[in-house]
Design a binder for this molecule. Structure first.
Ligand code: NAP
Length: 314
């Protein structure tokens, strides 16, 4: 009999079934079963589950879980709904995903660097006005968070000629990246930044990190790219500053409520580019391979991959 592996998905039916196909094709030695199709006994016997946007009450019904493998890199929502899990949480760590995110960071950095946001708005008003361009080597791109996604982005930006600054919790030394840590380090780095890229996890410490005081440290020609979580930045104050030309532009991929409500004034703001949470999607094929490798290691050697440190929150 094949081992049963629960798959708890909160994604829509079509996406869930696509994931199921990829996962099952990669792991033919197991029987991957959707949560709703599990018997009460199978739920109770489950030591491991694959999860994607799960309904927390489904997870809590599997009382003997030892660990879960998330298909997403960010697990903030899960930690918010189950703050003290009795099981370990392993998030998706995939170089393919890191590279996709780094491509997004490079693309939107170039968008701002090449003043495309200004030309986009000028065209609508039939304004012919060239802007003076700074060389990429003179553009300071500050990456907040030097983890899997931040580091990959820093290296891609560096390869493309930008001057890269990075901020993290612990002190780091990274070739050709000027690194900062701690509150003082953040303040120094913000004052130097032309573009700030947010790639931090949302935790108790990073919640509202870019508040009024921090946003006021930025130069009026600075722009922000938020590819992490909305709660890290005070969006109301950000909008206020954009409206007063105290900041140049914001590329926002993440919002308090997703999808962003049609009534939101953010849609109409010329100084904001709205993206529908697309900067770092998980690739189904490569992610399924990673889940398969992690599962094999667990069942053959009893090793659970590095998991979220609940105290740190990431
Ligand atoms: P990660 O590998 O865990 O890296 C987190 C980084 O943030 C680390 O460098 C860490 O510092 C730093 N950090 C954490 N708390 C901090 C604090 N209080 N002060 C300063 N630095 C702090 O995470 P990741 O894989 O790069 O992912 C980051 C986030 O991206 C996820 O949590 C998720 O929210 C978001 N994400 C978004 C998308 C999207 O499509 N929009 C897709 C995937 C992920 P240390 O290195 O010192 O520990």
């Amino acid at each position: 009999m094949k081992k049963i592996i629960p798959f708890v998905s909160g994604s829509d039916r079509q996406i869930t079934h696509l994931w199921l196909k990829y996962l099952q094709d990669e792991m033919s030695e197991y029987n991957i079963v959707l949560f709703d199709d599990l018997s009460k006994e199978q739920k109770l016997n489950a030591k491991f589950a694959i999860i994607a946007n799960p309904n927390p009450s489904n997870i809590l019904q599997m009382k003997n879980l030892k660990w879960v493998q998330s298909l997403w890199a960010g697990v903030e929502k899960l930690l918010d709904s189950i703050p003290n899990p009795s099981f370990q949480i392993v998030r998706m760590v995939d170089p393919v995903l890191s590279n996709t995110m780094a491509e997004s960071v490079l693309a939107w950095t170039l968008y701002l660097h090449k003043n495309m946001h200004l030309y986009h708005s000028q065209q609508r008003q039939k304004i012919w006005k060239p802007h003076i361009e700074t060389l990429s080597k003179d553009k300071n791109i500050l990456i907040l968070g030097l983890g899997k996604l931040g580091l990959a982005s820093a290296f891609k930006l560096k390869k493309n000629g930008f001057n890269v600054l990075g901020w993290s919790k612990s002190k780091k030394q990274i070739d050709e990246v000027i690194t900062y840590h701690g509150d003082e380090g953040l303040e120094t780095a913000l004052k130097l930044a032309h573009i700030v890229v947010c790639l931090l996890p949302l935790t108790k410490q990073t919640n509202n990190l870019l508040n009024k005081q921090k946003l006021d440290l930025l130069n009026s020609n600075a722009s922000i790219i938020n590819f992490a979580r909305a709660g890290i930045i005070d969006y109301d104050y950000l909008v206020e500053k954009l409206n007063k030309s105290e900041l140049s532009h914001a590329i926002l991929d993440v919002f308090y409520e997703e999808p962003l409500n049609c009534d939101s004034l953010l849609w109409e703001n010329e100084n904001i580019t709205i993206l529908p949470h697309i900067s770092g999607p998980t690739d189904m094929a490569s992610a399924s391979k990673i889940v398969s490798k992690n599962l094999k290691q667990y069942y053959e050697k009893g090793i659970i991959p590095i998991s979220i440190d609940i105290k740190k929150g990431y």
